[in-house]
Design a protein around this ligand. Structure first.
Ligand code: NAD
Length: 470
């Protein structure tokens, strides 16, 4: 057995480990009480503090905080509260005839002590959202939010300390070093949201203890707008989805395919919508947030410098302000497939557009890259929609809009391979933190009792009949 006693978080981990069976034994009513206390903290006690903290971190507008940080967690709580009783019921399953005399069921039991590591881009949503699922499933939890949104992390620590004992839910503030120290401990489940690069590090660390993982990762999410779509509406929705949170959204449209024939109309609609949303000078708009820090500002302005020097057309936007981590909503045409813009997840307000001729060519391009977290289609043509959905792979798809698939708690949310492993939200989130324990109870003599050694010809004939008839 490895000795973890020199780990900085050993004592906290051990306390949660000791407490896990008490927490696991709580019924749905007790868990709902905890979830409701969290809801009250988000919608009343700390609502304004949350808005202020996220504004201090990256000037996110108040309405976007309410809509994309507070509302999704409250919705997750409401859904879990409504269904938890049935999720925790033992689920009887059928008995095959060969197992006559027995009954079987599934017991949804908690995994145990869980670690949730979250990113900065939706700091409250992506820390407390998975926490709701973990609490509903009956786990103890250590949270490690991002160091990049430190005001929000500090506030979340206060909220957690206000609502929970440390041996049930605790929040560790810190940087990469703190995350790595936590990862050395033998958690039963690790729920990570972040980049595919760090996802690989998490999975390697989890393998030391064979901890199960949920990896909610990112990547490049394409958009296809075909000739049949209503271009005015498509561009309006696209501008909303791309520039909300200043493009720092895991499922934000990353790049767009349009037909060459609509290029000029697309550009003029794009300019019109950006101006309608953020005024002619988005830098002074209250509706447009900033890039989270200098590191990401430099990465994004580097993409623009790279684009300019390789002759890419910046047809709209392109202005930056280093002192305020500001990057204007920007539209570019003609990026090469091996350019920085087309090989990295952009995660910022820059939108490259590719011109296509056939849908097959679009599917080939998408399939030539990693599986996206989201894929968007704007089209009225059923055949085109089916061709794209059937010939590509993606974590999720939204047709004739974008981002909205995240908000339906009846849908599993997550990626596939490079964009993620496992799913979150609603029942799917609850299952990630649950061990579906199989239980079989024998009531009478079992058929297999007649087949125990020593084996003979009669028993062989019974096995033959079982294989043939049952
Ligand atoms: P990140 O991977 O850099 O960091 C996420 C978390 O991991 C942070 O808490 C950080 O402290 C920790 N971390 C960073 N490096 C680490 C290391 N070497 N070892 C251990 N822990 C480490 O991601 P980010 O920059 O915070 O967020 C952006 C990424 O997250 C994008 O790729 C985005 O697409 C993705 N994302 C995915 C989802 C989703 O639901 N699938 C949601 C939001 C963001």
């Amino acid at each position: 057995m490895t000795n973890f006693s020199d780990n900085r978080y050993y004592e906290l981990f051990e306390r949660q480990k000791k407490n896990q069976f008490r927490v696991a034994s709580t019924n749905y009513k007790t868990r709902i009480k905890k979830l409701k206390a969290l809801r009250l903290a988000l919608e009343k006690t700390y609502k304004q503090d949350i808005r202020d903290a996220i504004y201090a971190d990256f000037k996110k507008p108040k309405l976007e905080v309410d809509l994309t940080e507070i509302y999704p967690v409250i919705d997750e709580i409401n859904f879990a509260t409504k269904h938890l009783k049935s999720w925790l019921k033992k689920q009887r399953v059928d008995t095959p005839i060969a197992l006559l005399g027995s009954s079987s069921w599934i017991k949804n039991e908690p995994k145990g002590v869980c670690l949730i590591i979250s990113p900065w881009n939706f700091p409250v949503n992506l820390t407390f959202g998975p926490l709701v699922s973990a609490i509903a499933a009956g786990n103890t939890v250590i949270l490690k939010p991002s160091e990049m949104t430190s005001h929000t992390s500090k506030l979340m620590k206060k909220i957690i300390e206000d609502l929970f004992e440390e041996d049930e839910v605790a929040l560790v503030e810190g940087e990469v070093a703190e995350a790595q120290e936590l990862l050395k401990l033998p958690f039963n489940h690790i729920f990570f949201t972040g980049s595919p690069q760090v996802g690989k590090i998490i999975m390697k660390a989890a393998s030391d203890h064979l901890a199960s993982v949920t990896l909610e990762l990112g990547g490049k999410s394409p958009v296809i707008i075909d000739d049949s779509s209503n271009l005015d509406k498509a561009v309006r929705k696209l501008v909303f989805g791309k520039f909300m949170n200043s493009g720092q959204t895991c499922i934000a449209p990353d790049y767009v395919f349009i037909n060459a024939s609509v290029k000029e109309k697309f550009i003029s609609l794009f300019k019109k919508e950006v101006e309608a949303f953020y005024t002619a000078k988005p830098e002074v708009s209250d509706s447009f947030s900033r890039i989270v820090n200098q590191k990401h500002f430099k990465r994004l302005s580097g993409y623009l410098d790279d684009a300019r020097s390789s002759g890419v057309e910046i047809v709209s936007g392109g202005a930056v302000n280093e002192n305020d981590n500001y990057i204007e909503p920007t539209l570019v045409f003609g990026s090469k497939s091996d350019s920085a813009l087309m090989t990295n997840e952009i995660f910022g307000p820059i939108l490259p557009v590719m011109l296509y001729e056939t849908i097959d060519e679009v599917c080939d391009y998408i399939n030539g890259n990693e599986k996206p977290l989201a894929l968007y289609i704007f089209s009225k043509n059923k055949r085109t929609i089916n061709t794209i959905v059937n010939n590509t792979r993606a974590g999720s798809t939204c047709i004739n809009h974008n981002l909205l698939q995240f908000l339906n708690h009846n849908l599993p949310f997550g990626g596939s391979n490079n964009s993620g492993i496992g799913k979150s939200h609603g029942y799917y989130g609850f299952l990630e933190f649950t061990n579906q324990r199989s239980v079989l109870k024998q009531h009478t003599i079992a058929a297999v009792d007649l087949l125990m050694p020593p084996y003979n010809r009669f028993k062989q004939r019974m096995v033959n009949a079982t294989i043939k008839w049952f």
